[in-house]
Write a protein that binds this ligand. Sequence first.
Ligand code: GLN
Length: 542
Amino acid sequence: MKAKFIVVTGGVLSGLGKGVVTSSIGNLLKAQGYKVTAIKLDPYINVDAGTMRPTEHGEVWVTEDGGETDQDLGNYERFLDTNVMKNHSITTGQVYNTVIQKERNLEYNGQCVEVIPHIPLEIKRRILEVTKQTQADFVLLEVGGTVGDYQSILYLEAMRALKRELKDLLYVHVVYLPVPGNIGEMKTKPAQHSIRFLNEAGIQPDYIIARSTKPIDDTRREKFSFLCNVDTSSVFAAPDVDNIYRIPLVFEQQGLDKHILNKFGLRYKKNKNKLWKSLIKKINMLKQEVNIGIIGKYFDVGDFTLEDSYISVIEAVKHAAWANNVKAKIQWINAKDFEKDPKKIETLQQYHGLIVPGGFGSSGVEGKIKAVQYAREHKIPYLGLCYGLQMAVIEFARNVCGLKDAHTTEFNPHTKNPVVIILEGQKKLLEQKQYGASMRLGTYEALLKKESMVSKLYKSSHAKERHRHRYEVNPEYHSTLEQHGLMLSGMSPDGKLVEYIELPHHPFFVATQAHPEFTSRPLRPNPLFFGFLEAAKKKLKE
Ligand code: GLN
């Protein structure tokens, strides 16, 4: 089948769930038996998301091939159960980089190179390249930012022009309909303005997705129809839900998938997506709840908590909890609290499992090490992710091996016992200030020890997970750690780098240098998270 395209734009607010809408449409089309992929078009000048602060932009998603991208690619992978590569993330920075480089290489044959048409043409070229590579039947194109933003204009121009050339293309516009407390009525005005703006860019939406606290009613559908030239049957409700994985079903119930297929001249098949539906049904019935504490630091933005920085960790915990027939209650623990008041560490006893996720920078590091010590000594299931492995190694070196000043050279370059270090290649990159896309990135294989818990969990003698870090366990300390009882349960194929550690006489004390959260899917939880939640559930039963 010739590829068909669905462009998703958003209006009124940022963060209204455009990524989930895009992914949900993709989920439904995939359930109809089509090959579906998605591309994110981001208006920022950063070449990738790797240099952005998590509190600024949410989590940095890592693709299998080592791209550091917007977190929406994570939603695509989770809802479509398909891996998407780094060229599925297009940013203004990449687009300009290529155009300028081509100009320098005389590839424009002496033309005057201009923003219009050369920037939209490069955007189009990248989209068509991914389309060809993936051989997808449906390509979803999510335009980042909010319609009306100055920086989105070139993407809208590219999306407009694409329709003329490709024909098989639909526009979906996601808007927010506020229900102001003092008025108590759902308002459509901001959405009307954003549709006007799309019209000015030469785009008439085929569908309107109405995000709000409640489902949109007929009166407001008619308003959209009259004022914005869409049929009332093309306005779909997307009310707030308790579980984002329900959104595909919310759309299916309203017939969005059928409508889209018919518009493309394709037949709709009933009763698809059975596994997904039974998962949602099962989640609704779960009663037991385990307490999972995440000890991090990228939470606070002003007076608000931003969980986006750890979205994949949160989702991976949920997937694994459901597979264990429990719900997970996730709580945020600020490591600095334990530094200010050492007695507070006792509050950790209420948890059935503790996670130290990925992180950069030294703030809260001593508190995290204390928390790991507590988990180790009090036999609370512990899962360390990347930084969380490094913290576990430092803690073990200090308190079990007796190397009191053990540390990572990331925070203490002069420690006498550098148990976590930066290797030569990485060191050079930093000296040359080459920060962008230069960490150990993407999928790496690890060989797992036969008698280890990790090999049991992966049901294999090797595992592949995605990485994003610069520091590694210092090879000079491998034998000291092992002699004192820490199992280096997974190593890089050359045997030099520690990929997994575990403690044999602990209910669950496992950490990895990788980020296993990136391979977790609703119907296929990551094995490490599964084991962690299984141990947490056991702890709950005690
Ligand atoms: N800061 C650590 C490193 O660079 C850990 C990174 C991470 O957790 N992703 O190695």
